[in-house]
Write a protein that binds this ligand. Sequence first.
Ligand code: ADE
Length: 249
Amino acid sequence: MRLGIISALSEEQQGLVEAMQSPYKLIHGQREYWVGQLWEIDAVCVLSRIGKVAAAMTATTLVEKFGVTHILFTGVAGAGEQTVQVGDIVVADSLVQHDMDASPLFPRFEVPLTGLTHFTADHRLNARVLNAAYAFLDEDFMEAIDDGEKAVFRLTQPRIHRGLIASGDQFIKDSAHIAGLNAALPGLVAVEMEGAAVAQVCYELDVPCAVIRTISDNANENAATDFMRFVKSVAARYALYIVRRFCLQ
Ligand code: ADE
């Protein structure tokens, strides 16, 4: 396995490059690719920046130029339904581009000429990601997140959800908007801005991928404030511990 790890922002991936053994940096397409080992696994870490095009470009480069065999996307997301709360972890079973709409030529959400609305995450990779997420919550969470942070974000007993992640080139910050997406997309658990683009690239290049996200906000009118606070403090620690558990399996 040669694992590509993508996050959109540096706040979501802090500490990962520092955890690499013998890392070196290659710059391509205005991005820094860090190549090395993470807990004995060959890995390439990169920041995609925000949005579907940025993510697609990064995923393609990881496969075509860096030869990764698997891709893992880690970062934060807005909650896609009521029972999903800030601090919870979501693992995508499948992903959809919620802003794709070429109707009436093609059904809403279908990526034209693929015949697909949903792109699935890899089952085996997902099993490993889920194990890592459970190990993080069961064994690392108490020490990884300090009591002050637990109080600020009301992180009492974070849960893990599996389901549909919807991606689009929009930061969702409106209760009516997220309610509409939830109604249109059965099984929705989270919204973000990159995962489904990576999933489409991985589908087309036949590379297994998984997307794991920590919920930073409720995609409502408080989303921007909640998001900023969450990414500034705890987001990277979730990702770092989960990736560590993933690699050590
Ligand atoms: N990532 C984190 N929160 C988000 C939101 N509310 N909308 C889109 N992407 C997000």
